[in-house]
Design a protein around this ligand. Structure first.
Ligand code: FAD
Length: 312
């Protein structure tokens, strides 16, 4: 079976972490109790890092019954790309540590390849005459790819001030050949409490109260020296006022309010046999008469990437 995947727009994959408690690193003791809210890749990474650094009293509170958050193994994948797979990329390092990657992705050549965030895809354009309008449709397609990369459905939502700040890591983008089950990351010594949504975090960092109090939806409470919050931006936007007491500092609130996100859709299409060239990696959709095409979601598809090996 041949498979293609299309990405309409991709959510941002910034690890958001709010660290509540003592802000003085000099005071942080190795026996400090650390609670992590959320067992997605950010929460698990934080727990692993702390474990490696010698913190043994680390515990994760997860709202659902599983780890992984937005990473979930299914017949049709969710998050499957590692962008910039090289030493600086924590997802790459974790996947390498747990033997989840193809040997090709691990080669020094692959990790050193600097593609400035845009994979050197070999495209197939199907056309019989290159016209000026076709040129414009190529530009339009580039903007659709940009929307995908920025995790939005429209260039209107892309903050131009951030364009030059985006840091791309070296390494040729790779996928997980095996299933991306975050359960595999969970064998380290930290523990996770599932089905435990956190309702409120009291983080008064005063002389009188240096610990952080965490209250769960079921009414249970616990204290910690430090709490790391890794819930999604969407959750923070909706719940920050109820979740934090006292409210978060203004600069954090403004970051939460100003950042946005759009729709992220992948469509998988299977064919019995390939009709594209053997070296084709991406099939772009170009609409020469785009303005005249009635409004349709199909126009937002930038194209399909070809999954390899083909039987995957
Ligand atoms: C369809 C799709 C495709 C994607 N493709 C890619 C890709 O190819 N490459 C890539 O790099 N990225 C991709 N991403 C983005 C990537 O999946 C995310 O950036 C990443 O998984 C986010 O991890 P996280 O730990 O920050 O957040 P999440 O995975 O959202 O984890 C947060 C966790 O917090 C828990 N939580 C929420 N509220 C509470 C609460 N009150 N109490 C306790 N726990 C709580 C949630 O249940 C969740 O488990 C994709 C995302 C989607 C949706």
């Amino acid at each position: 079976m041949k498979k293609c995947t299309s990405l309409c727009s991709q959510s941002n994959s910034v690890f958001r972490m709010l660290i509540m408690g003592s802000m003085n690193p000099g005071k942080i003791q190795r026996d400090a109790k650390v609670l992590i809210v959320g067992s997605g890749i950010a929460g698990i990474s934080a727990a692993l890092k702390l474990n490696v650094a010698g913190f043994k009293n680390v515990h994760i509170l997860e709202a659902t019954g599983r780890s992984g958050g937005r990473i979930k193994t299914g017949k049709m994948g969710m998050a499957n790309w590692i962008h910039g797979p090289s030493e600086e990329n924590p997802v790459f390092c974790l996947a390498r540590q747990y033997g989840l990657l193809d040997p090709e992705a691990l080669t020094p050549e692959n990790q050193a390849m600097d593609v400035a965030g845009h994979p050197p895809w070999v495209p197939n354009f199907f056309t019989n005459n290159a016209t000026r309008s076709l040129g414009f449709s190529v530009v339009s397609n580039i903007l659709k790819v940009e929307c995908c990369v920025n995790g939005t459905h429209s260039m209107d939502a892309v903050g131009l001030s951030g364009l030059s700040l985006y840091k791309t890591l070296p390494g040729l983008d790779c996928t997980f050949p095996k299933s991306v089950s975050v359960v595999e990351f969970n064998e380290c010594t930290h523990t996770v409490t599932y089905n435990c949504p956190v309702r409120c975090i009291e983080w008064n960092n005063t002389e009188a109260q240096s610990t952080v109090k965490v209250e769960c939806e079921d009414g249970t409470g616990m204290t910690a020296d430090h709490v790391i919050v890794t819930v999604s931006l969407g959750y923070l936007k909706k719940h920050h006022s109820a979740m934090f007491s006292p409210p978060l500092p203004l600069h954090k609130l403004q970051s939460i309010q100003r950042q946005g996100f759009g729709t992220n859709n992948k469509i998988y299409v299977e064919f019995d046999s390939p009709w594209w060239d053997a070296d084709c990696e991406v099939i772009y959709f170009l609409w020469e008469d785009e303005v005249n095409i009635p409004s349709s979601w199909i126009k937002k598809l930038f194209g399909f990437t070809v999954l390899k090996p083909t039987e995957r």
